[in-house]
Design a protein around this ligand. Structure first.
Ligand SMILES: C[S@@+](CC[C@H](N)C(=O)[O-])C[C@H]1O[C@@H](n2cnc3c(N)ncnc32)[C@H](O)[C@@H]1O
Length: 392
C-alpha cells in the first residue's frame, strides 16, 4: 500500500513556477497560477490562443524544454501528454528537488493538483488518490455544503437577483445559489416561475405581481417589504426578470435598502434585451453590419412629453434598436423612426415570451412590424435593424 498524500497550501506569490507545454492542459492550469501571484514561466514551441490572450502576464519561451529551465523554480507543471517529455521534465525536477505535477502520468508525479472549491477565505482542496472523478465528486458535495453555511452570513441582507428572460436555466450560478439560500423571495411577474416551485417549503414567497395597488404604491410596498424582512434578520432575495438594472427598478430598491442601512448585493442577470433576440436567431451586433445597439423603453409613447428618448437622434443613427415594453406603442415608434430618416424596409422582428415554451417570433420590416405583431401579447422584445436577417 502506498503512503498517504501530504496536503499543503502553497504560497506562490512572486515565486517561479515553470509550466512545460502550451496546449489544453496548460490553458487550464496557468490562470490559477497567475491568480495565486506566481511568477509563471511557460516553455513550449506553441501557445494556445487562450494563453496568448494572457500574455504578458507570464514569461513565454517559444521552444522545447531544457533542464536548465527549472533553475530557480519552486514548482513545475508538466502540462504535456507525452511520457518521454514528462520523464525528462520529471528527471530535471527530481535533480533540483522541485515538486513536479505531471499530466502524462499522474502516478509518476511528485505532486498532484487537487479539485478545489473556494468560498471567501476558505479553500477546500480534495485529493482522490489519483482519481479526478472521485475528487471532483467530493469537491462538488462540499461546495454545496459550504454554500449553505455561507448563506447564514447573509441574514439581514437583500440580494437583487436577475432571473434571466424566463427559461429557469438562464439564471446565473450565483443567482441560483442565493435563491436556494433565501428565507424570503420577493418575485416579479417576469421572474422565472419554475424557480419558485423549487424553493424549500418554509421559504416565504411574495408574488408582487399580484399586488392590488397602483404602480407607485406597489413599488413603495416592495421597498418597505424588503427592508422590513431584512431588518427582521431574514435573507431576502428580490427576484427579477432579466437584469435588475435594465428597466427593473433595481436601482430604486438598492437606494431604499441603503437608506435604511440594509446591506444590498446585486447579482446581474441575463437581460431579455440581448437574450430574447439571440434565442430567436438575432444577434444584436454583427461584424460589418452594425457597431452599436440601443436598448430603449417603449412604455411611454414617443409623442408623450414624458418620453426621455431622443427619437430624432435614434432615427438618424444606423445601429440596432431593441425596444422593451413597446408593444402598445409600436406603430407610433415605427412611424417616428421612419419620419426621422430610418428606411421603412429595415428588417424588424418582435419576440413574445422569448426563451419559454410560449415563444412566438414575428418578422417584418420597420413599416410592417406593428401590424405583424398585432396579435402578440406582452412580454415582447422588438428588434429593428439589419441584424434581424443576418442569420437568415
Ligand atoms: C419591466 S421590463 C424588465 C426588463 C428586464 N429587467 C430585463 O432585463 O430583461 C419588462 C420588459 O422586458 C421584456 N421582456 C422580458 N422578458 C421577456 C421575454 N421572455 N420575452 C420577451 N420580452 C421580454 C419585455 O419587453 C417586457 O415588457
Amino acid at each position: 500500500m502506498s503512503s498517504p498524500d501530504y496536503p499543503l497550501g502553497l504560497r506562490l506569490a512572486g515565486r517561479r513556477v515553470v509550466v512545460v507545454g502550451g496546449g489544453a492542459i496548460a490553458t487550464r492550469r496557468v490562470p490559477a497560477l497567475l491568480d495565486a501571484g506566481a511568477d509563471v514561466v511557460l516553455v513550449s514551441p506553441a501557445l494556445s490562443p487562450a494563453l496568448q490572450g494572457l500574455l504578458p502576464r507570464f514569461t513565454y519561451h517559444e521552444r522545447v524544454f531544457t533542464p536548465s529551465d527549472l533553475d530557480g523554480a519552486w514548482l513545475v507543471h508538466c502540462a504535456v501528454d507525452d511520457p518521454t517529455a514528462g520523464a525528462a521534465v520529471s528527471a530535471a525536477a527530481e535533480e533540483r528537488r522541485i515538486f513536479c505535477v505531471r499530466a502524462d502520468d499522474r502516478h509518476a508525479a511528485t505532486a498532484w493538483t487537487p479539485a478545489v472549491t473556494r468560498h471567501g477565505q476558505v479553500t477546500v482542496a480534495v485529493l482522490g488518490g489519483g482519481s479526478p472523478r472521485l475528487s471532483m465528486g467530493v469537491r462538488d458535495r462540499i461546495a454545496g455544503l459550504l454554500s449553505e453555511i455561507s448563506a447564514d452570513r447573509l441574514a439581514g441582507t437583500v440580494a437583487l437577483v436577475g432571473g434571466g428572460p424566463g427559461d429557469p436555466e438562464l439564471i446565473t450560478v450565483k443567482g441560483r445559489r442565493l435563491l436556494n439560500a433565501a428565507d424570503v423571495v420577493v418575485a416579479d411577474r417576469l421572474a422565472p416561475g419554475v424557480l419558485l416551485d423549487e424553493l424549500r417549503p418554509e421559504v416565504e414567497v411574495l408574488d408582487v405581481a399580484k399586488l392590488p395597488y397602483g404602480a407607485a404604491a406597489a413599488q413603495s410596498f416592495i421597498n418597505e417589504t424588503l427592508v422590513d424582512r431584512a431588518r427582521a434578520g431574514k435573507f431576502v432575495v428580490r427576484l427579477k426578470g432579466g437584469d435588475p438594472f435594465v428597466f427593473g427598478r433595481g436601482g430604486e430598491e438598492a437606494i431604499a435598502c441603503s437608506e435604511a442601512g440594509v446591506p444590498v448585493l446585486v447579482v446581474p442577470g441575463v437581460t431579455s434585451a440581448i437574450s430574447v433576440p439571440a434565442l430567436a436567431g438575432i444577434p444584436v451586433t454583427h461584424r460589418g453590419v452594425t457597431h452599436e445597439f440601443t436598448v430603449l423603453s417603449g412604455h411611454v409613447a414617443p409623442s408623450s412629453p414624458e418620453s426621455l428618448v431622443d427619437w430624432p437622434a435614434l432615427a438618424r443613427a444606423r445601429g440596432t434598436i431593441v425596444v422593451l415594453m413597446g408593444l402598445r406603442h409600436l406603430a407610433e415608434i415605427a412611424d417616428v423612426l421612419i419620419r426621422g430618416g430610418r428606411n421603412p424596409e429595415t428588417p424588424a422582428a418582435a419576440v413574445q415570451e422569448g426563451s419559454t415554451s410560449q415563444q412566438v417570433v414575428v418578422r417584418g420590416t420597420l413599416a410592417s412590424i406593428a401590424s405583424a405583431a398585432a396579435d402578440l401579447r406582452t412580454p415582447v422584445v422588438t428588434v429593428i435593424g439589419e441584424v434581424v436577417t443576418v442569420l437568415g
